[in-house]
Design a protein around this ligand. Sequence first.
Ligand code: GDG
Length: 459
Amino acid sequence: MQRSRLVIAANTLPVRRLDKGRQEGWTTSPGGLVSALAPIARDQEGAWVGWTGEIDVDREPFVHEGIRNIPVKVSLADYENSYEGVCNRTLWPLYHDAVGEPEYHRHWWRQYVDLNARFAETVASVTSANGVVWVQDYHLQLVPAMLRDLRPDVRIGFFLHIPFPPEDLYDRLPWRTEVLHGLLGADVVGLQTRSDTRNFMRVTVRHAGTKASGNTLQYGNRDIKAAAYPISIDTDRIEHVAADPAILEQTKTFRKQLGGGRRMILGVDRLDYTKGIDLRLKAFHQLLEDWPDAYRETVFVQLAVPSRERIAEYQTVRSHVEELVGQINGRYGEIGIAVVHYLRRSLPFEELVAMYRAADIMAVTPLCDGMNLVAKEYVAARLDDTGVLLLSEFAGAAAELRTAIHVNPHDVNGMADAMHRAFHMPEAESKRRMRAMRRVVRKHTIHAWARAFLDDLGG
Ligand code: GDG
């Protein structure tokens, strides 16, 4: 097997299969992580280990746009017990403040261990001597230690995209020591924020006997760096798209379709119960109740990208959101005029950017979120410094985007007031706030993020 000096391991490969029957082959997946890591992997003739998204399909490694893709076969049992079970019904809710109820099942866990072991073996077999491996996210928390056992010569990094929970929540996890042992196999553990980093360091002291000093954890005879590397976006790309005359035309078309001069609030999320879509809709409802005359001419557009649809909690949040949309439109809409426009699908990236440009207010109000890239993307798209960002204090992005209007997503009345305040903010103030945020996203890009992590890892 050919070996690479830089190997990325992630739940999914950076490509997805084009529809069968139409065109054979692969296309690069959209998304920030892929656009940040793909150029680095390409330059270094790197490899990417991950799942193709297909169940029970055995595929040989293949090269796509200069990156060697190494598929890991995922069986139905892997998918149901490890991916849907441990990843999305145990770890996802637990790490997100238990806003959903985590479930713990031994047979799920066994499959997670097994799948992590297969990832580690695959990575071990494709990494060159003294190479560098960067493991991504909560699906693969055991890989660092498993890989270290197989390949003590390689440098191992791990980055967690979701929050690391506080001690009292983390302690609930029946496999808390196993997970920590897995993560502590890395040389560098990256988290989204300083508070995630503190949480992580604390539990390793308590359950794994590490000694913490500054950003270093002493674990046995090794030193591990644990630090915050807040992820970001491809700012240049978004600015470039936002400046395209065709996108401006699209923006105008959206505004016209929404009713000419009507003011617009936008929400863009995966349809996930952590994103606070329902409470945000309730806040909009409250706004209309409190000031019916002032907001008769306002529309709320919610883009909700379908996600994890087989899981019951996701079906529940979907029906709840759809019920609220119906209630608000039933109460405030008129024939031919909806006040909430709800799209349960994803838009092409260019149209998404046009939406960002069309929105007077962007409401990003998750109950808990590792970072939230949508908030940063909105800021990057506001080339003329107009627009107001409402941002949950429980999104990792709040630590950097300090001049957004910070809201408590559990406080429906408070959010309605914040919407009201945003609509009445003097232009000089909203521009000053937006300019400050734009400086942040221009400086801290996804490329700077990847470089900072790999420099610390020695990659
Ligand atoms: C996890 C963490 C962390 C959304 N709708 C459309 C579309 N999107 C794109 C956005 C954005 C991405 O999806 C969503 O990223 P988020 O960061 O908001 O959220 P998660 O999916 O939960 O991501 C999160 C992230 O990992 C990175 O570390 O920030 O906290 O939960 O980029 O643009 N893209 C297109 N059409 C859509 O309709 N093309």
